[in-house]
Write a protein that binds this ligand. Sequence first.
Ligand code: CUA
Length: 300
Amino acid sequence: MSTLVPAGQAARDVAWITWAMVIGSGFFTLLMTALGLHAVYRRSDRPMRMSSRGMLIGGGLVLPLAVSGVLLAFGVPTGYSMLSIGEADIEIRVTGHQWWWQIEHADAEGQSLYTANELHLPVGQRADIHITSADVIHAFWVPVLGGKLDAVPGSVNTIRLQPTRVGVYRGQCAEFCGAQHARMGFEVHVHESEDFEAFRAALARQDRTLAGTPQQRQAFAEHCAQCHSTSPREDRLGPNLARLSERGWLGAGTLRNDADNLRRWLATHQTLKPDNRMPDHASLDADVLEALARFLEAAP
Ligand code: CUA
C-alpha cells in the first residue's frame, strides 16, 4: 500500500509532491540550522550585512511567497488529476458498508453487475469511481493508484483513477467507521484491456444460483439467501457471493480465501471479525456448514 511506489496517474503526482516537500523541507531545515549557528557564533563586533528592512521583506515576504508558489505549481495539477474532468472511459459505483465494499461494474449493455471487495480496472483508461455509503462515513483509498475520498451516506463523490501498471493492489477504508474499520479492505485488479473485458464477461456469467447439489442449495437458501445473492445481477443486504470462490480474501481482507479458511470463516466469523453484521453460526450443525462451504466452492 505504499504511496511511494505509484501505479496510477494521480498517485504518481502525489509521490512527486511528497519528494519535493521532503527535499524542500530538508533544504530549509539545513539552511535555518546554518543561519542559527551563524547568528550564535558570529563575532559581535562585525556589523550586520543585511538591514532589518531587507530581512523583513526577504524572509517575511519574498521567501514564503516563493515557497507557496512552488507548492501551488505542484499541488494544483495534482488536485486536478484526481477530479473527474472530461469523459471517463469506464464508470464504477462503490458503496461502503460496515464493514465491506459493494462494487458495481457494468456489463457491455450497461446493466449492473455486483460483487464485493474487489474492483477491476483496465490499465491506462480513465475510470470514474462513484463513491457513496449505506450507513456511516467511510473513505475509499487505494494508495498506489490515487488519493482518498470520503464515502458519505446520501451523496455521491467521484474520484478518477487511471492505473499505469497491471497488477493487484490493496485498498483500505481510511476513515474510522466502527469496530472493524481495520478489516474493511479490498483488492484492485488492474488488467490489460482484453483481460478486463474477459473479466466483465465472466462476471456476467457467474451465476451460481444453480450450483452444487439440491441439498447444498437448500442449506444456502435457508441460512444465507436473505442477505446474500449468488447472482451478479442482484443487490441484497450483504456482500454478493457469486464470485466468492475467485476472490483473494474473505471478510473484506480478514483471511486469505482458501478451502480451510472458508470453513473457519463460516464457523467462527464472529471471533475472526467481532460484531460483523452476519449473525453468529454457532447454532448451525457441522454438516450444514460443510454444505454451505461446498455450495460456495461449486462451479457456477
Ligand atoms: Cu469503513 Cu473505516
